[in-house]
Design a protein around this ligand. Structure first.
Ligand SMILES: Nc1ncnc2c1ncn2[C@@H]1O[C@H](COP(=O)(O)OP(=O)(O)OP(=O)(O)O)[C@@H](O)[C@H]1O
Ligand SMILES: [Mg+2]
Length: 515
């Protein structure tokens, strides 16, 4: 156990770099042990990386509390009052959508254990209707086994999941719908449980023209005799509009939206919740109390309106993130290093540690970005640049770039078969590569759409600057929310010629930079 000194004015500061920390220590005399620091560190890092704790301070967030309550009540109505429901949670990346839903499900589990089951889908993992359906069947299967303990294990194992997709869905429908009629059935408990579907990246299921999965799910939520709740999570504000008519008519039209913070103060009020620890949570209440106070102090070091250059690093970071991405996860990433440096000698955050993460980030110039792209992203950039060069149009959208990509890959594959004879420059190459057909796969547009989004996020493609919006252009680019429609016209920040210069000579795709 170490007793921290109570500084009087003339005492020498033992940790000159820990300026901020000492300031608080001098206010109060308190004791802190190695264990206390370790506990706090573990807790805060867990909050920052959002692994096990799942944003414990969520209910303190003014930006999320109403949305959280709404989601919770929808779930509760489904489970307690046995009503079918559907809703969409819409908000930008890292705005707490998943946090809200997971927390609501956790709270629900405490109160209504065994009265509901959750089926989770994510369009990133279960990329089309068939895969999603199989996944639903698999999860239902798993739950039904759990509900029935081990008794009927054998017979239930493949109850839902059938070989044919349509069989599977029919099976699910039949079993869900027939609840009262065969109540003697062995999976009675499953039938009486409510089912909550949580569908992440919801808008990606609206892609195919029939929207069969969504249609069936929404239909189920309205007609099924057991209560079913469909909760979609999406980043696209237009998601509601993307639903086909007959799907839309079955959706409750309930949309819960999460907005970005509107002021720096508001951003900070939310962001700091990831650093703050509940006073009662850890053993040493006094320490956690001081810890929380200290975090507020760090930020308020220099009040707003003063010259930013002389203010605390934390404040600079908050400003920087607020005026660029407003992304809470980015803020968390910046805090991990300072928190990991906590020790018994300096039990509070040191402001000087804060710039460390930022200074290690790449400089973000276009050369570095191009070099860091994946093959697919690079090919898409080349295709876009070729299109612009060929058509002599300054703007481009995803559909155009994709068309060019297809043509380009055709050309590339044709060339790669024939050219081997002519261009190989060593004897071995001649032997090995002659008549060897090396083709590049041409990916589907839905695969490339993600790459397009990444390029937008990285700033390789940027919003169009016209004379009328030139003044706002800087703001527009900064505030863009990383979601980009297929037909949205954008500009490319690099030309074909520049690409040819940036790319290494050894890259096979370099020849594509010549028209
Ligand atoms: N309003 C907020 N206030 C403070 N922290 C937040 C807020 N929203 C998100 N965060 C932080 O960001 C983390 C990630 O949030 P979450 O996973 O819920 O984002 P999401 O909206 O689901 O993003 P994605 O679209 O990428 O799935 C949270 O654990 C939390 O630490
Ligand atoms: Mg999420």
């Amino acid at each position: 156990m170490v007793e921290l000194p109570n500084h009087s004015g003339d005492e020498k500061d033992p940790h000159p770099t820990g300026e901020q920390a000492v300031e608080i220590k001098s206010e109060l005399d308190f004791e802190v042990t190695q264990q206390d620091v370790e506990n706090l560190k573990t807790q805060v890092i867990a909050q920052l990386i959002n692994k096990t704790t799942n944003f414990p301070n969520l209910t303190k967030s003014p930006a999320l509390i109403d949305q959280f309550n709404e989601v919770y009540h929808i779930f509760e109505h489904t489970v307690k009052d046995r009503e079918g429901h559907s809703a969409l949670v819409i908000g930008p990346r890292s705005s707490g959508k998943s946090a809200i839903v997971e927390r609501a499900l956790n709270d629900l589990l405490e109160k209504y254990k065994d009265e509901f089951i959750v089926i989770r889908l994510s369009a990133y993992l279960h990329s089309d209707d068939n895969i999603a359906l199989r996944e639903i069947a698999r999860q239902l299967d798993y739950h039904s086994k759990k509900f029935n303990n081990d008794e009927d294990n054998e017979t239930l194992t493949h109850k839902f999941e059938q070989r044919g997709i349509s069989d599977t869905f029919n099976n699910i429908l039949a079993i869900l719908d027939d609840a009262p009629s065969n109540s003697k059935d062995s999976d009675q408990s499953l039938q009486s449980a409510a089912i909550i579907f949580v569908i992440d990246e919801f808008e990606k299921y609206t892609g195919n023209n029939k929207q069969a999965l969504l249609y069936n799910l929404f239909d189920l939520s309205q007609t099924s005799s057991i209560p079913i709740c469909i909760l979609g999570i999406s980043t696209k504000i237009t998601t509601g509009e993307l639903l086909e008519k007959r799907v839309k008519s079955r959706f409750s039209q309930r949309i819960i939206s999460i907005n970005r913070p509107k002021t720096v103060e508001e951003f900070w009020e939310n962001a700091k919740l990831n650093l703050i620890v509940d006073d009662k949570l850890l053993g040493n209440e006094k320490y956690t109390h001081l810890w929380n106070e200290h975090i507020n102090k760090l930020f308020n070091e220099k009040s707003f309106g003063q010259d930013l250059r002389s203010s605390s690093n934390l404040l600079k970071i908050v400003y920087q993130i607020y005026f660029t991405t407003k992304n809470f996860k980015e803020f968390n990433n910046n805090c991990i290093y300072p928190v990991s440096r906590l020790s018994i000698e300096s039990p509070f955050l040191r402001d000087s540690d804060f710039t460390r993460y930022l200074s290690k980030q790449s400089t973000n110039n276009i050369q570095d970005i191009i070099k860091s792209l994946s093959t697919l992203e690079l090919l898409l950039v080349i295709a876009a640049a070729r299109f612009i060069e060929r058509i002599d149009l300054q703007v481009i959208n995803f559909n155009m770039a994709y068309k060019e990509y297809e043509d380009m890959m055709k050309l590339f594959n044709m060339a790669s078969t024939t050219s081997n004879n002519a261009t190989t420059n060593s004897y071995i190459d001649n032997i090995v590569l002659t008549n060897l057909k090396v083709t590049q796969k041409t990916w589907l547009s839905k695969v490339l759409k993600n790459s397009w989004e990444t390029l937008y996020k990285l700033g390789v493609i940027i919003d169009v600057v016209t004379q009328s919006n030139e003044l706002n252009a800087a703001n527009n680019n900064i505030n863009k929310n990383f979601i980009i429609e297929e037909n949205k016209m954008v500009q490319l920040d690099v030309t074909l010629e520049e690409l040819a210069q940036i790319m290494e000579d050894s890259t096979v795709f370099k020849k594509l930079t010549k028209l």
